[in-house]
Design a protein around this ligand. Sequence first.
Ligand code: PMP
Length: 385
Amino acid sequence: MNVSADPQSLLSERVQAIEPSGIRRMFELIASMEDPINLSIGQPHYEAPPLLAEAAQRAIRDGHNRYTVTQGVPELNALVLDRTEQLHGRRPETSLITAGVSGGLVLTFQSMLNPGDEILLPDPGFMMYRHLAAICGATVKYYSLYPDRSGERFRVDLEEVARLCTDRTKIVFVNSPSNPTGGVLSRDEIKGLSELANERGLYVVSDEIYDFFTYLDDYSSPVSYADRCIQLGGWSKTYAVPGWRLGWATGPAEVLDAMKTLQQFSFVCAPAPFQRALVEAMPELDMTPYRDEYIGKRNRLTEKLHPAYHLRAPDGSFYAFPELPLRNGATSADFLQAAIDRKLLVVLGNTFSQRDTHFRLSFAADDETLDRGVAVLNELAEHFA
Ligand code: PMP
């Protein structure tokens, strides 16, 4: 819990332990700029596939506008469990349709973490994790994803993770493909983390929201190896519908039942017409061309970016996490200001990390924007390095 909580404040210590996201501040900045080169975005640049949008319109017209059961419509739950079984060779005991992966994260953390419990989070990692842990009064310990040498892949050091475990540890958290690094953990890493959790009786919580955006032949999930796994996923990114607020969770009934009860008294259910639209359209949708387009964008970025950034091509998601090319006492804030002066928006690594050595850029942008962004970044590399 935040030690600086003000005892005079009318606000709970819980909310005093968290602060607004740096990315939201970026949204405000964008709104005030003319023709920005926005590489800070966390959603696909394409529109929702027409087949899916039409299914949603039909669902509203056909009267799917009331509450659904808390767990979500049975056909959608079946699609989720079938998919996990097909991809990872194991059928989880049960599932739940959530209000986005964000909703799934809230329910998972609230269901599992007591004050003083410990959770191992990746550094860097999506900032929601640490704030939700703080709201529960849990203690966060970070395991590093940073490579040992510039330009190598983001990875996990299993010995470090083992060293961080104590008898208060409850959850080892995994996010692959990663926001913000674009890294995908290898099968050995996923297996190693899962086995470590099994030996110590821990839960693995796996945020797989970017699982569609993997550019390798082999993608693995802790679902295949962990005795106790909460798997979270969603449709915001794959189908470009983050405004629909739909996600899913799978795992053992022991935890999922508690999450369902919490959902009854919070979100109630995920949006009904959009659940129905997914049931109708998902079996018909082929998103492979969208993924191929993103491989092209990834290559476009990596091939053109100045070597001072030491960027290795990301294996997943639509983010890259290059190094800040800073010399002679320049700071990350100087770099960000110089970028903003040139209308370029990126997110500093310190938003996601204990370190302040990298920055995140999103290649979910049209090619022209991407090229303009790379031109500014290459100019900044000359300027700072
Ligand atoms: N996890 C990660 C890693 C994310 O990047 C995001 C969205 N930026 C989310 C979860 C939440 O996604 P949603 O609630 O839209 O499903």
